[in-house]
Design a binder for this molecule. Structure first.
Ligand code: F6P
Length: 371
């Protein structure tokens, strides 16, 4: 029987759904019945801490052992119940122009004698994967990011669990907001895309939703809040995406630091909104930043299921030798697309069809959407 070695790597922001995907890659690739059908016996290793694990050390040196972990069916048996990534992750960019480590990366891949590398990531991690694929490395991708901003797939692992965190957070805020008649401005993640805010706001029934794709006027937000109060609301829940900005303004950044892929950490818009509303309405207004809670916790049922399907499909691509592809979920089907197609992003909310610019909320027409 032929023997081949597969590597699995997780990069970028962690989220729920990654561990279930790893479990199902391993279980599918190592399944004995399938192995005898295809006449290939796979061996699987996990690479620790994303791309960092492949550039930190020379893979032939004895201290490089900590960068890899053999994965067996027994070892991953319970992984679908755990959030985050058990392999660890990083925002290391081996192709960072300020510190290009791509040569070491490729040498290490050769030293590890990997037949295929399965990469679980968002646009940054998959961007590196696509470059490697062009260099001749056999790559398979799995999409994950709570931002759900990758084109070419209707789902990215982690999104639904993050939705549940938003809903639970808002449910908790509602009781205290109501008791005190307060307005809460709740900041969600999402970078330049408004999916977490828009769909999290829709799921939690937020009164106002502010997204990066449409600059908001704080005066208009004030009018809406006062209108709501006149019609009997005791409190308000406003969801704002971290990348949203006021008309004429710029994104709010937590500080000026930049990661290996050129991103600044976003945050501060909820505070801005709460202060602005308090000054304009006189209503007691507080801000709340959900931050990394959205990435934490155990995967919800949907992420366990999608992790399973994406993991199995990734193993299928390896068996089919269909490299340079990312598994994807489109129109209700698990499929695969060229990795490059997932990099033509970010996939943003289409304001014309999804967003009501008068109400600052999701559209209240679904079947009659104009396009
Ligand atoms: O891309 C996922 C994400 O959670 C974004 O929504 C957010 O802006 C960013 O990662 C935060 O990254 P970090 O964990 O490095 O602060």
């Amino acid at each position: 029987m032929n023997k081949q070695r597969i590597g699995i790597l997780t990069g970028g922001g962690d989220c729920a759904g990654i561990n279930p995907a790893i479990k199902w890659i391993v279980k599918t690739a190592l399944d004995k019945r399938l192995a005898s059908e295809r006449n290939i016996q796979y061996e699987i290793i996990g690479i620790r801490n994303g791309w960092q694990g492949l550039v930190d050390k020379d893979m032939t040196s004895p201290d490089a052992q900590g960068c890899i972990v053999p994965l067996t069916e027994v070892q991953v048996r319970t992984w679908d119940r755990y959030g985050g990534t058990n392999l660890g992750t990083s925002r290391t960019n081996p192709y960072n122009p300020q510190n290009d480590q791509s040569k070491v990366l490729i040498e290490n891949l050769e030293k590890l004698d990997l037949h295929t590398l399965i990469v679980i990531g968002g646009d940054d991690t998959l961007g590196v994967a696509s470059k490697l694929s062009r260099e001749g490395v056999n790559i398979v991708g799995i999409p994950k990011t709570i931002d759900k901003d990758l084109p070419g797939t209707d789902y990215t692992l982690g999104f639904e669990t993050a939705m549940n965190v938003i809903v639970e957070g808002v449910d908790r805020l509602r009781t205290t907001a109501g008791s005190h008649q307060r307005t809460f401005v709740v900041e969600t993640m999402g970078r330049k895309s408004g999916w977490l805010a828009l769909e999290g706001g829709a799921s939690s029934g937020a009164y106002i939703i502010l997204i990066p794709e449409y600059d908001f006027s704080i005066e208009r937000v004030k009018e809406l809040v006062l209108e709501g109060r006149r019609s009997g609301a005791r409190y308000d829940i406003i969801i704002v995406a971290e990348g949203a900005k006021p008309v004429g303004g710029i994104e709010f950044v937590r500080n000026e630091s930049v990661d290996g892929f050129g991103h600044k950490p976003l945050s501060g818009v909820a505070d801005f909104g709460a202060r602005g509303l308090n000054e304009r309405t006189g209503l007691e207004t507080r801000s709340m930043v959900l931050s990394h809670l959205q990435r934490g916790g155990v995967p919800c049922a949907y992420d366990r299921r999608m992790g399973r399907y994406f993991g199995i499909a990734a193993a299928d691509l390896v068996v089919m030798k269909d490299f340079g592809k990312m598994v994807s979920y489109r129109r209700g089907e698990i499929t695969a697309i060229p990795i490059e197609d997932a990099l033509r992003g970010p996939c943003l909310v289409d304001v014309e069809t999804e967003y009501d610019i008068e109400r600052y909320n999701g559209r209240r027409t679904i079947l009659r959407r104009s396009k």
